[in-house]
Design a protein around this ligand. Structure first.
Ligand code: ATP
Ligand code: MG
Length: 560
Protein backbone atom coordinates (compact mmCIF):
# COMPACT_ATOMS: atom_id res chain seq x y z
CA UNK A 1 0.00 0.00 0.00
CA UNK A 2 1.39 3.40 -0.89
CA UNK A 3 0.95 6.63 1.01
CA UNK A 4 -1.72 7.89 -1.35
CA UNK A 5 -3.83 4.76 -0.99
CA UNK A 6 -4.12 5.38 2.71
CA UNK A 7 -5.84 8.70 2.30
CA UNK A 8 -8.97 6.65 1.70
CA UNK A 9 -11.96 8.39 0.28
CA UNK A 10 -12.31 12.15 0.30
CA UNK A 11 -14.18 13.47 3.31
CA UNK A 12 -15.41 9.96 4.21
CA UNK A 13 -17.28 9.59 0.89
CA UNK A 14 -17.07 6.55 -1.34
CA UNK A 15 -18.95 5.15 -4.31
CA UNK A 16 -21.59 3.47 -2.14
CA UNK A 17 -22.31 6.60 -0.15
CA UNK A 18 -22.50 8.47 -3.46
CA UNK A 19 -25.14 6.01 -4.69
CA UNK A 20 -27.10 6.36 -1.46
CA UNK A 21 -26.98 10.15 -1.70
CA UNK A 22 -28.08 10.08 -5.34
CA UNK A 23 -30.98 7.75 -4.51
CA UNK A 24 -32.10 10.07 -1.72
CA UNK A 25 -31.79 13.10 -4.02
CA UNK A 26 -33.92 11.29 -6.62
CA UNK A 27 -36.47 10.45 -3.88
CA UNK A 28 -36.18 6.76 -4.62
CA UNK A 29 -36.46 5.94 -0.93
CA UNK A 30 -37.99 7.68 2.06
CA UNK A 31 -35.49 6.06 4.35
CA UNK A 32 -32.27 4.14 3.80
CA UNK A 33 -32.28 0.63 5.26
CA UNK A 34 -29.11 -1.47 5.31
CA UNK A 35 -28.22 -4.65 7.16
CA UNK A 36 -25.25 -6.49 8.52
CA UNK A 37 -25.91 -10.21 7.91
CA UNK A 38 -23.38 -12.43 9.71
CA UNK A 39 -23.65 -16.17 9.77
CA UNK A 40 -23.30 -17.17 13.45
CA UNK A 41 -20.66 -19.81 12.74
CA UNK A 42 -17.68 -18.01 14.29
CA UNK A 43 -16.49 -14.76 15.82
CA UNK A 44 -16.30 -11.53 13.87
CA UNK A 45 -12.94 -10.45 12.46
CA UNK A 46 -11.60 -7.11 11.34
CA UNK A 47 -12.91 -7.72 7.82
CA UNK A 48 -16.40 -7.84 9.26
CA UNK A 49 -15.64 -4.54 11.00
CA UNK A 50 -15.27 -2.96 7.58
CA UNK A 51 -18.72 -4.20 6.61
CA UNK A 52 -20.20 -3.16 9.99
CA UNK A 53 -18.77 0.36 9.76
CA UNK A 54 -20.08 0.66 6.21
CA UNK A 55 -23.60 -0.59 6.85
CA UNK A 56 -24.19 0.96 10.28
CA UNK A 57 -22.20 4.04 9.28
CA UNK A 58 -24.38 4.72 6.23
CA UNK A 59 -27.54 4.27 8.30
CA UNK A 60 -26.24 6.79 10.85
CA UNK A 61 -25.02 9.34 8.33
CA UNK A 62 -28.19 9.31 6.23
CA UNK A 63 -30.70 9.08 9.07
CA UNK A 64 -31.61 5.52 8.16
CA UNK A 65 -31.67 2.15 9.83
CA UNK A 66 -29.30 -0.80 9.87
CA UNK A 67 -30.62 -4.23 10.82
CA UNK A 68 -28.55 -6.88 12.48
CA UNK A 69 -29.64 -10.08 10.81
CA UNK A 70 -28.28 -13.47 11.64
CA UNK A 71 -28.05 -15.59 8.53
CA UNK A 72 -28.81 -18.79 10.46
CA UNK A 73 -29.60 -21.23 7.68
CA UNK A 74 -26.99 -23.89 8.47
CA UNK A 75 -27.80 -25.36 11.90
CA UNK A 76 -24.88 -27.81 11.84
CA UNK A 77 -22.34 -24.99 12.09
CA UNK A 78 -24.15 -22.29 14.03
CA UNK A 79 -24.20 -21.74 17.78
CA UNK A 80 -25.71 -19.41 20.36
CA UNK A 81 -22.20 -18.59 21.62
CA UNK A 82 -21.46 -16.99 18.25
CA UNK A 83 -24.72 -15.04 18.22
CA UNK A 84 -23.91 -13.57 21.66
CA UNK A 85 -20.33 -12.78 20.67
CA UNK A 86 -21.39 -11.06 17.45
CA UNK A 87 -23.91 -8.86 19.26
CA UNK A 88 -21.30 -7.93 21.83
CA UNK A 89 -18.72 -7.09 19.19
CA UNK A 90 -21.02 -4.91 17.10
CA UNK A 91 -21.98 -2.92 20.21
CA UNK A 92 -18.36 -2.68 21.27
CA UNK A 93 -17.49 -1.18 17.90
CA UNK A 94 -19.97 1.54 18.74
CA UNK A 95 -23.08 0.58 16.79
CA UNK A 96 -26.61 -0.37 17.75
CA UNK A 97 -29.60 -1.85 15.97
CA UNK A 98 -32.35 -0.75 18.34
CA UNK A 99 -35.22 -3.19 17.91
CA UNK A 100 -34.04 -4.25 14.47
CA UNK A 101 -32.62 -7.63 15.36
CA UNK A 102 -33.65 -10.35 12.93
CA UNK A 103 -32.90 -13.91 11.98
CA UNK A 104 -33.22 -15.50 8.58
CA UNK A 105 -34.95 -18.30 10.50
CA UNK A 106 -37.75 -15.82 11.34
CA UNK A 107 -38.65 -16.12 7.65
CA UNK A 108 -38.48 -19.89 7.19
CA UNK A 109 -42.25 -20.22 6.78
CA UNK A 110 -42.46 -17.39 4.24
CA UNK A 111 -39.45 -18.69 2.34
CA UNK A 112 -41.11 -22.08 2.20
CA UNK A 113 -44.28 -20.55 0.77
CA UNK A 114 -42.24 -18.73 -1.84
CA UNK A 115 -40.52 -21.96 -2.80
CA UNK A 116 -43.97 -23.50 -3.40
CA UNK A 117 -44.86 -20.39 -5.40
CA UNK A 118 -41.92 -21.07 -7.71
CA UNK A 119 -42.90 -24.74 -8.03
CA UNK A 120 -46.48 -23.82 -8.89
CA UNK A 121 -45.20 -21.49 -11.62
CA UNK A 122 -42.95 -24.18 -13.09
CA UNK A 123 -39.87 -22.31 -11.87
CA UNK A 124 -38.56 -24.89 -9.44
CA UNK A 125 -38.30 -28.67 -9.37
CA UNK A 126 -37.22 -31.52 -7.16
CA UNK A 127 -34.00 -33.13 -8.31
CA UNK A 128 -33.20 -36.70 -7.23
CA UNK A 129 -29.67 -36.69 -8.62
CA UNK A 130 -26.82 -37.29 -6.20
CA UNK A 131 -24.53 -34.39 -5.32
CA UNK A 132 -21.86 -35.84 -7.58
CA UNK A 133 -24.24 -36.20 -10.50
CA UNK A 134 -25.32 -32.60 -10.09
CA UNK A 135 -21.75 -31.40 -9.91
CA UNK A 136 -20.84 -33.30 -13.09
CA UNK A 137 -23.83 -31.88 -14.94
CA UNK A 138 -23.16 -28.30 -13.86
CA UNK A 139 -20.55 -27.73 -16.58
CA UNK A 140 -17.66 -25.29 -16.31
CA UNK A 141 -16.93 -21.69 -17.14
CA UNK A 142 -16.28 -22.83 -20.72
CA UNK A 143 -18.87 -25.59 -21.05
CA UNK A 144 -22.61 -25.33 -20.54
CA UNK A 145 -24.33 -27.57 -18.03
CA UNK A 146 -26.74 -30.40 -18.84
CA UNK A 147 -30.37 -30.57 -17.83
CA UNK A 148 -31.26 -32.90 -15.01
CA UNK A 149 -33.42 -35.88 -16.00
CA UNK A 150 -35.85 -34.66 -13.30
CA UNK A 151 -36.07 -31.11 -14.65
CA UNK A 152 -39.41 -31.62 -16.40
CA UNK A 153 -41.28 -33.19 -13.53
CA UNK A 154 -44.86 -32.01 -13.30
CA UNK A 155 -45.96 -29.38 -10.82
CA UNK A 156 -48.08 -31.80 -8.79
CA UNK A 157 -45.29 -34.30 -8.38
CA UNK A 158 -42.85 -31.53 -7.43
CA UNK A 159 -45.26 -30.14 -4.84
CA UNK A 160 -45.92 -33.54 -3.38
CA UNK A 161 -42.21 -34.35 -3.09
CA UNK A 162 -41.38 -30.94 -1.64
CA UNK A 163 -44.07 -31.31 1.03
CA UNK A 164 -42.77 -34.77 1.89
CA UNK A 165 -39.24 -33.34 2.09
CA UNK A 166 -40.57 -30.84 4.58
CA UNK A 167 -42.35 -33.47 6.64
CA UNK A 168 -39.08 -35.33 7.07
CA UNK A 169 -39.87 -38.37 5.00
CA UNK A 170 -36.49 -38.55 3.17
CA UNK A 171 -32.96 -38.90 4.48
CA UNK A 172 -30.31 -36.16 4.21
CA UNK A 173 -29.15 -35.64 0.66
CA UNK A 174 -31.90 -37.71 -0.97
CA UNK A 175 -33.17 -34.85 -3.12
CA UNK A 176 -33.09 -31.07 -3.38
CA UNK A 177 -35.30 -28.29 -4.64
CA UNK A 178 -33.70 -26.38 -7.52
CA UNK A 179 -34.69 -23.23 -9.34
CA UNK A 180 -35.49 -23.90 -12.98
CA UNK A 181 -33.51 -21.19 -14.73
CA UNK A 182 -30.95 -22.06 -17.40
CA UNK A 183 -28.38 -24.85 -17.42
CA UNK A 184 -26.55 -23.18 -20.31
CA UNK A 185 -26.21 -19.76 -18.70
CA UNK A 186 -22.75 -18.20 -18.86
CA UNK A 187 -23.24 -17.47 -15.15
CA UNK A 188 -22.93 -20.73 -13.24
CA UNK A 189 -25.02 -19.29 -10.40
CA UNK A 190 -27.99 -19.36 -12.77
CA UNK A 191 -27.57 -23.03 -13.67
CA UNK A 192 -30.55 -24.24 -11.67
CA UNK A 193 -29.20 -23.34 -8.19
CA UNK A 194 -30.24 -25.34 -5.16
CA UNK A 195 -32.95 -23.63 -3.07
CA UNK A 196 -33.56 -26.24 -0.38
CA UNK A 197 -31.70 -29.24 0.93
CA UNK A 198 -32.77 -31.96 3.33
CA UNK A 199 -31.04 -31.67 6.68
CA UNK A 200 -32.24 -33.49 9.76
CA UNK A 201 -30.63 -31.21 12.30
CA UNK A 202 -31.91 -29.29 15.28
CA UNK A 203 -31.75 -25.54 14.82
CA UNK A 204 -30.89 -23.22 17.78
CA UNK A 205 -34.10 -21.24 17.19
CA UNK A 206 -36.54 -23.43 15.31
CA UNK A 207 -35.58 -26.70 16.99
CA UNK A 208 -36.70 -29.74 15.00
CA UNK A 209 -39.52 -27.95 13.15
CA UNK A 210 -37.64 -28.17 9.87
CA UNK A 211 -36.00 -31.03 8.03
CA UNK A 212 -35.19 -28.81 5.07
CA UNK A 213 -33.17 -25.60 5.08
CA UNK A 214 -32.93 -22.87 2.45
CA UNK A 215 -29.68 -22.14 0.65
CA UNK A 216 -27.78 -18.92 1.29
CA UNK A 217 -28.84 -17.40 -2.03
CA UNK A 218 -32.51 -18.18 -1.55
CA UNK A 219 -32.66 -17.00 2.07
CA UNK A 220 -30.44 -13.97 1.84
CA UNK A 221 -32.03 -11.89 -0.91
CA UNK A 222 -35.56 -12.68 0.21
CA UNK A 223 -34.70 -11.68 3.80
CA UNK A 224 -33.53 -8.36 2.37
CA UNK A 225 -36.83 -7.94 0.54
CA UNK A 226 -38.91 -8.84 3.61
CA UNK A 227 -37.06 -6.28 5.74
CA UNK A 228 -37.33 -3.56 3.12
CA UNK A 229 -33.59 -3.24 2.73
CA UNK A 230 -32.86 -0.49 0.22
CA UNK A 231 -29.13 -1.07 -0.27
CA UNK A 232 -27.89 -4.62 0.20
CA UNK A 233 -24.15 -4.15 0.49
CA UNK A 234 -21.91 -7.18 0.19
CA UNK A 235 -18.39 -8.14 -0.84
CA UNK A 236 -17.25 -8.65 -4.42
CA UNK A 237 -17.48 -12.45 -4.39
CA UNK A 238 -21.24 -11.97 -4.60
CA UNK A 239 -21.14 -9.89 -7.76
CA UNK A 240 -21.82 -13.02 -9.84
CA UNK A 241 -24.74 -13.86 -7.57
CA UNK A 242 -26.47 -10.56 -8.32
CA UNK A 243 -28.34 -11.90 -11.42
CA UNK A 244 -29.73 -14.68 -9.23
CA UNK A 245 -30.59 -12.17 -6.49
CA UNK A 246 -32.58 -10.26 -9.10
CA UNK A 247 -34.14 -13.38 -10.61
CA UNK A 248 -35.76 -14.17 -7.27
CA UNK A 249 -37.05 -10.61 -6.94
CA UNK A 250 -38.51 -10.88 -10.46
CA UNK A 251 -40.18 -14.22 -9.83
CA UNK A 252 -41.52 -13.91 -6.29
CA UNK A 253 -44.28 -11.73 -4.78
CA UNK A 254 -41.76 -9.88 -2.61
CA UNK A 255 -42.88 -6.79 -0.67
CA UNK A 256 -39.90 -4.64 -1.72
CA UNK A 257 -37.09 -4.56 -4.25
CA UNK A 258 -33.67 -4.11 -2.69
CA UNK A 259 -30.58 -3.56 -4.80
CA UNK A 260 -27.30 -5.30 -4.23
CA UNK A 261 -23.99 -3.39 -4.32
CA UNK A 262 -20.58 -4.96 -4.02
CA UNK A 263 -17.40 -3.56 -2.48
CA UNK A 264 -13.90 -4.95 -2.00
CA UNK A 265 -13.40 -7.10 1.06
CA UNK A 266 -10.62 -6.25 3.47
CA UNK A 267 -7.42 -8.24 3.06
CA UNK A 268 -4.47 -7.60 5.38
CA UNK A 269 -0.88 -8.73 5.06
CA UNK A 270 0.24 -11.52 7.44
CA UNK A 271 -3.42 -12.18 8.23
CA UNK A 272 -6.11 -14.59 7.07
CA UNK A 273 -9.62 -13.18 7.29
CA UNK A 274 -11.73 -16.27 6.89
CA UNK A 275 -13.93 -17.78 9.55
CA UNK A 276 -13.10 -21.24 8.26
CA UNK A 277 -9.40 -20.68 8.90
CA UNK A 278 -9.96 -18.87 12.20
CA UNK A 279 -12.18 -21.77 13.33
CA UNK A 280 -9.35 -24.14 12.40
CA UNK A 281 -6.82 -22.13 14.41
CA UNK A 282 -9.04 -22.39 17.49
CA UNK A 283 -10.05 -26.02 16.94
CA UNK A 284 -6.49 -27.23 16.38
CA UNK A 285 -5.24 -25.15 19.35
CA UNK A 286 -2.75 -23.11 17.33
CA UNK A 287 -4.06 -20.21 19.43
CA UNK A 288 -5.61 -20.11 22.88
CA UNK A 289 -9.13 -19.29 21.71
CA UNK A 290 -11.18 -16.86 19.67
CA UNK A 291 -9.96 -14.00 21.85
CA UNK A 292 -6.28 -14.88 21.65
CA UNK A 293 -4.60 -11.49 21.10
CA UNK A 294 -2.87 -12.84 17.98
CA UNK A 295 -6.22 -13.43 16.30
CA UNK A 296 -7.64 -10.81 13.90
CA UNK A 297 -11.00 -11.28 15.60
CA UNK A 298 -12.58 -8.28 17.30
CA UNK A 299 -12.45 -10.29 20.54
CA UNK A 300 -8.71 -10.88 20.05
CA UNK A 301 -7.96 -7.28 19.14
CA UNK A 302 -9.96 -6.07 22.14
CA UNK A 303 -8.06 -8.35 24.50
CA UNK A 304 -4.84 -7.13 22.96
CA UNK A 305 -5.81 -3.59 23.92
CA UNK A 306 -6.89 -2.20 20.56
CA UNK A 307 -9.56 0.45 21.14
CA UNK A 308 -12.74 0.31 19.04
CA UNK A 309 -11.96 3.85 17.93
CA UNK A 310 -8.75 2.65 16.29
CA UNK A 311 -10.66 0.07 14.28
CA UNK A 312 -13.16 2.68 13.12
CA UNK A 313 -10.29 5.03 12.29
CA UNK A 314 -8.55 2.30 10.30
CA UNK A 315 -11.68 1.46 8.33
CA UNK A 316 -12.13 5.12 7.46
CA UNK A 317 -8.49 5.43 6.47
CA UNK A 318 -8.59 2.52 4.01
CA UNK A 319 -11.85 3.61 2.42
CA UNK A 320 -14.29 1.59 0.36
CA UNK A 321 -13.31 0.59 -3.14
CA UNK A 322 -14.57 -1.56 -5.96
CA UNK A 323 -11.29 -3.38 -6.64
CA UNK A 324 -9.71 -5.91 -4.31
CA UNK A 325 -6.38 -5.06 -2.73
CA UNK A 326 -4.25 -6.04 0.24
CA UNK A 327 -3.71 -3.52 3.01
CA UNK A 328 -0.35 -3.48 4.80
CA UNK A 329 -0.82 -4.58 8.42
CA UNK A 330 1.40 -1.60 9.33
CA UNK A 331 -1.49 0.69 8.37
CA UNK A 332 -3.60 -0.93 11.07
CA UNK A 333 -0.83 -0.50 13.65
CA UNK A 334 -0.61 3.14 12.61
CA UNK A 335 -4.29 3.69 13.44
CA UNK A 336 -3.86 1.95 16.79
CA UNK A 337 -0.89 4.17 17.70
CA UNK A 338 -2.71 7.30 16.59
CA UNK A 339 -5.52 6.65 19.06
CA UNK A 340 -3.41 5.29 21.93
CA UNK A 341 -0.87 8.09 21.69
CA UNK A 342 -3.63 10.52 22.60
CA UNK A 343 -5.09 8.58 25.49
CA UNK A 344 -2.49 6.27 27.02
CA UNK A 345 -0.79 7.43 30.22
CA UNK A 346 2.99 7.10 30.20
CA UNK A 347 4.62 4.69 32.59
CA UNK A 348 8.04 3.13 33.00
CA UNK A 349 8.54 -0.59 32.71
CA UNK A 350 11.70 -2.59 32.16
CA UNK A 351 10.87 -5.65 30.12
CA UNK A 352 14.23 -7.47 30.29
CA UNK A 353 15.81 -6.17 33.49
CA UNK A 354 19.49 -5.64 34.18
CA UNK A 355 20.34 -4.64 37.75
CA UNK A 356 22.11 -1.32 38.34
CA UNK A 357 23.73 -0.32 41.61
CA UNK A 358 24.39 3.39 42.15
CA UNK A 359 27.51 3.16 44.29
CA UNK A 360 27.48 6.72 45.59
CA UNK A 361 23.78 6.66 46.52
CA UNK A 362 23.28 6.02 50.24
CA UNK A 363 22.15 2.54 51.14
CA UNK A 364 18.60 2.21 52.53
CA UNK A 365 17.60 5.61 51.18
CA UNK A 366 15.12 6.52 48.44
CA UNK A 367 13.50 9.65 47.12
CA UNK A 368 10.37 10.57 45.22
CA UNK A 369 10.75 11.80 41.68
CA UNK A 370 8.04 13.61 39.78
CA UNK A 371 7.10 12.10 36.41
CA UNK A 372 4.48 13.48 34.01
CA UNK A 373 1.64 11.23 32.96
CA UNK A 374 1.26 12.56 29.43
CA UNK A 375 3.69 14.88 27.65
CA UNK A 376 1.00 16.54 25.51
CA UNK A 377 -1.72 16.72 28.13
CA UNK A 378 -0.90 18.63 31.31
CA UNK A 379 -4.37 17.80 32.64
CA UNK A 380 -3.27 14.17 32.95
CA UNK A 381 -1.08 15.37 35.85
CA UNK A 382 1.94 13.64 37.25
CA UNK A 383 2.88 10.89 39.65
CA UNK A 384 5.70 10.14 42.05
CA UNK A 385 8.15 7.36 41.36
CA UNK A 386 10.94 6.18 43.63
CA UNK A 387 14.63 6.49 42.94
CA UNK A 388 17.14 4.50 45.00
CA UNK A 389 20.44 2.74 45.08
CA UNK A 390 19.25 -0.36 43.21
CA UNK A 391 17.54 0.06 39.87
CA UNK A 392 16.71 -1.87 36.73
CA UNK A 393 17.41 -0.81 33.19
CA UNK A 394 16.73 -2.61 29.94
CA UNK A 395 19.31 -5.29 29.10
CA UNK A 396 19.55 -4.01 25.55
CA UNK A 397 20.50 -0.55 26.84
CA UNK A 398 23.93 -1.88 27.79
CA UNK A 399 26.76 -2.99 25.48
CA UNK A 400 30.10 -3.93 26.89
CA UNK A 401 31.76 -2.97 23.64
CA UNK A 402 29.47 -0.33 22.19
CA UNK A 403 28.65 -0.58 18.50
CA UNK A 404 29.00 2.48 16.34
CA UNK A 405 26.33 5.06 17.25
CA UNK A 406 25.41 3.19 20.42
CA UNK A 407 25.21 6.00 22.98
CA UNK A 408 23.53 4.15 25.78
CA UNK A 409 25.27 2.40 28.67
CA UNK A 410 28.76 0.94 28.32
CA UNK A 411 31.76 1.14 30.64
CA UNK A 412 32.60 4.84 31.05
CA UNK A 413 29.47 6.14 29.33
CA UNK A 414 27.15 8.70 30.91
CA UNK A 415 23.39 8.66 30.24
CA UNK A 416 20.29 10.29 31.63
CA UNK A 417 17.77 8.27 33.59
CA UNK A 418 14.46 9.83 32.62
CA UNK A 419 13.15 12.36 35.18
CA UNK A 420 15.96 11.41 37.61
CA UNK A 421 19.71 11.80 37.27
CA UNK A 422 22.73 11.42 35.02
CA UNK A 423 24.54 8.19 35.75
CA UNK A 424 27.92 6.91 34.60
CA UNK A 425 28.70 3.24 34.15
CA UNK A 426 31.84 2.22 36.03
CA UNK A 427 31.90 -1.53 35.70
CA UNK A 428 29.94 -4.50 34.43
CA UNK A 429 29.76 -7.49 36.79
CA UNK A 430 29.55 -10.93 35.17
CA UNK A 431 28.48 -14.29 36.46
CA UNK A 432 30.47 -17.50 36.10
CA UNK A 433 29.20 -18.00 32.56
CA UNK A 434 30.37 -14.56 31.51
CA UNK A 435 26.92 -13.02 31.33
CA UNK A 436 26.60 -9.44 32.55
CA UNK A 437 24.37 -9.51 35.63
CA UNK A 438 24.86 -6.09 37.14
CA UNK A 439 26.17 -2.61 36.34
CA UNK A 440 28.01 -0.60 38.94
CA UNK A 441 27.36 3.08 38.31
CA UNK A 442 27.64 6.48 39.97
CA UNK A 443 25.15 9.33 39.78
CA UNK A 444 25.63 13.07 39.71
CA UNK A 445 23.50 14.54 42.54
CA UNK A 446 23.59 17.93 40.78
CA UNK A 447 21.62 16.55 37.81
CA UNK A 448 18.37 16.02 39.72
CA UNK A 449 15.33 15.99 37.46
CA UNK A 450 17.55 14.76 34.65
CA UNK A 451 18.86 18.25 34.01
CA UNK A 452 22.44 18.87 33.03
CA UNK A 453 24.24 20.69 35.90
CA UNK A 454 26.88 22.35 33.73
CA UNK A 455 25.66 22.21 30.17
CA UNK A 456 27.32 18.89 29.47
CA UNK A 457 25.31 16.71 27.15
CA UNK A 458 24.34 13.08 27.20
CA UNK A 459 23.07 11.43 24.05
CA UNK A 460 20.75 8.84 25.59
CA UNK A 461 17.81 8.97 27.98
CA UNK A 462 16.82 5.63 29.41
CA UNK A 463 13.75 4.41 31.19
CA UNK A 464 14.29 2.61 34.49
CA UNK A 465 12.50 1.26 37.53
CA UNK A 466 13.92 1.28 41.06
CA UNK A 467 13.87 -1.83 43.14
CA UNK A 468 12.07 0.08 45.88
CA UNK A 469 9.23 0.75 43.49
CA UNK A 470 9.19 -2.34 41.32
CA UNK A 471 6.44 -4.87 40.82
CA UNK A 472 7.17 -7.97 38.78
CA UNK A 473 4.94 -8.77 35.82
CA UNK A 474 4.56 -11.13 32.91
CA UNK A 475 4.60 -9.37 29.57
CA UNK A 476 3.23 -10.96 26.43
CA UNK A 477 4.64 -9.68 23.18
CA UNK A 478 2.69 -10.61 20.08
CA UNK A 479 4.24 -10.91 16.67
CA UNK A 480 2.59 -11.73 13.35
CA UNK A 481 0.68 -15.00 13.54
CA UNK A 482 1.94 -15.96 10.08
CA UNK A 483 5.45 -15.79 8.68
CA UNK A 484 4.41 -14.72 5.19
CA UNK A 485 2.68 -11.52 4.08
CA UNK A 486 0.34 -13.72 2.01
CA UNK A 487 -0.27 -16.84 4.12
CA UNK A 488 -1.89 -19.76 2.34
CA UNK A 489 -5.46 -20.19 3.58
CA UNK A 490 -5.57 -23.71 2.14
CA UNK A 491 -2.57 -24.82 4.20
CA UNK A 492 -2.41 -22.20 6.93
CA UNK A 493 -0.69 -24.39 9.53
CA UNK A 494 2.46 -24.45 7.38
CA UNK A 495 2.74 -20.65 7.48
CA UNK A 496 2.26 -20.22 11.23
CA UNK A 497 4.95 -18.17 12.98
CA UNK A 498 6.44 -20.27 15.81
CA UNK A 499 7.52 -16.99 17.44
CA UNK A 500 4.12 -15.31 17.40
CA UNK A 501 4.03 -15.17 21.20
CA UNK A 502 6.99 -14.11 23.31
CA UNK A 503 6.56 -14.26 27.09
CA UNK A 504 8.78 -12.12 29.35
CA UNK A 505 8.18 -13.38 32.86
CA UNK A 506 10.38 -11.09 34.94
CA UNK A 507 9.57 -7.56 33.82
CA UNK A 508 9.93 -4.79 36.43
CA UNK A 509 7.16 -2.20 36.42
CA UNK A 510 6.72 0.99 38.39
CA UNK A 511 4.23 0.32 41.16
CA UNK A 512 1.48 2.55 39.72
CA UNK A 513 0.99 -0.19 37.14
CA UNK A 514 -0.02 -2.70 39.79
CA UNK A 515 -3.28 -0.81 40.04
CA UNK A 516 -3.88 -0.76 36.31
CA UNK A 517 -7.38 -1.21 35.12
CA UNK A 518 -7.66 -3.35 32.01
CA UNK A 519 -9.80 -0.77 30.28
CA UNK A 520 -7.01 1.80 30.45
CA UNK A 521 -4.23 1.54 27.92
CA UNK A 522 -0.74 2.62 28.98
CA UNK A 523 2.40 3.50 27.15
CA UNK A 524 5.55 1.92 28.53
CA UNK A 525 8.05 4.60 27.62
CA UNK A 526 10.31 3.64 24.72
CA UNK A 527 8.51 0.29 24.38
CA UNK A 528 4.97 0.60 23.15
CA UNK A 529 1.36 0.44 24.23
CA UNK A 530 0.19 -2.15 26.73
CA UNK A 531 -2.90 -3.23 28.62
CA UNK A 532 -3.53 -5.71 31.40
CA UNK A 533 -4.65 -9.15 30.32
CA UNK A 534 -7.64 -10.85 31.98
CA UNK A 535 -5.24 -13.60 33.09
CA UNK A 536 -4.05 -11.12 35.74
CA UNK A 537 -4.89 -12.06 39.33
CA UNK A 538 -4.29 -10.32 42.68
CA UNK A 539 -0.75 -11.63 42.86
CA UNK A 540 -0.08 -12.00 39.20
CA UNK A 541 0.21 -9.10 36.79
CA UNK A 542 -0.01 -9.90 33.10
CA UNK A 543 0.30 -7.26 30.39
CA UNK A 544 -0.22 -7.55 26.66
CA UNK A 545 1.70 -5.46 24.21
CA UNK A 546 -0.93 -3.91 21.99
CA UNK A 547 1.55 -2.45 19.53
CA UNK A 548 5.16 -1.34 19.62
CA UNK A 549 6.19 2.30 19.34
CA UNK A 550 8.22 1.91 16.21
CA UNK A 551 6.35 3.36 13.33
CA UNK A 552 7.27 1.28 10.32
CA UNK A 553 4.30 2.64 8.45
CA UNK A 554 5.69 6.18 8.58
CA UNK A 555 8.73 4.85 6.74
CA UNK A 556 6.58 3.04 4.20
CA UNK A 557 4.52 6.16 3.69
CA UNK A 558 7.59 8.34 3.30
CA UNK A 559 9.19 6.07 0.73
CA UNK A 560 5.91 5.25 -1.04
P1 ATP B 1 -15.58 -15.47 6.14
O1 ATP B 1 -15.18 -15.35 4.70
O2 ATP B 1 -14.59 -14.90 7.09
O3 ATP B 1 -16.02 -16.83 6.52
P2 ATP B 1 -18.21 -14.66 5.64
O4 ATP B 1 -18.37 -13.71 4.54
O5 ATP B 1 -18.55 -16.07 5.40
O6 ATP B 1 -16.78 -14.49 6.27
P3 ATP B 1 -20.44 -13.71 7.02
O7 ATP B 1 -20.84 -13.97 8.42
O8 ATP B 1 -21.28 -14.24 5.93
O9 ATP B 1 -18.98 -14.21 6.90
O10 ATP B 1 -20.16 -12.17 6.82
C1 ATP B 1 -21.06 -11.16 7.18
C2 ATP B 1 -20.77 -9.95 6.33
O11 ATP B 1 -19.43 -9.54 6.49
C3 ATP B 1 -20.96 -10.25 4.86
O12 ATP B 1 -21.77 -9.23 4.32
C4 ATP B 1 -19.59 -10.24 4.29
O13 ATP B 1 -19.59 -9.75 2.98
C5 ATP B 1 -18.84 -9.31 5.23
N1 ATP B 1 -17.42 -9.64 5.25
C6 ATP B 1 -16.87 -10.84 5.53
N2 ATP B 1 -15.54 -10.79 5.39
C7 ATP B 1 -15.22 -9.53 5.02
C8 ATP B 1 -14.00 -8.86 4.71
N3 ATP B 1 -12.83 -9.47 4.77
N4 ATP B 1 -14.06 -7.55 4.37
C9 ATP B 1 -15.24 -6.92 4.31
N5 ATP B 1 -16.42 -7.49 4.59
C10 ATP B 1 -16.43 -8.79 4.93
MG1 MG C 1 -20.63 -15.67 4.17
Amino acid sequence: MTATDTVGTEGGRDFIRDIVQADLDARKHKKIVTRFPPEPNGYLHIGHAKSICLNFGIAEEFGGQCNLRFDDTNPTKEEQEYIDAIEYDVRWLGFGWGTNLFYASDYFERLYEWAEHLIKNGKAYIDDQTQDEMRMARGTLKEPGRNSPFRDRGVEENLDLFRRMRSGEFPNGARVLRARIDMTSGNINLRDPVLYRILHASHPRTGTTWSIYPSYDFAHGQSDAIEGITHSICTLEFEDHRPLYEWFLDNLPVPSRPRQYEFARLNLTYTILSKRVLTGLVRDIHVKGWDDPRMPTLAGLRRRGVPAEAIRDFVKRIGVAKANSVVDAAVFDFSVREVLNKTALRRMAVLRPLKVTIENYPEGQSEDIEAVNHPDNPDAGSRKIKFGRTLYVEREDFMEVPAKKFYRLSPGAEVRLRYAYFITCKEAIKDASGEVVELRCTYDPASRGGNSPDGRKVKATLHWVSEADAVTAEIRIYNQLFTRPDPDAANFAADLNPQSLEVLSDAKLESALAKSNSSEPVQFERQGYFCTDPDSAPNRLVFNRTVGLRDTYAKIAASG
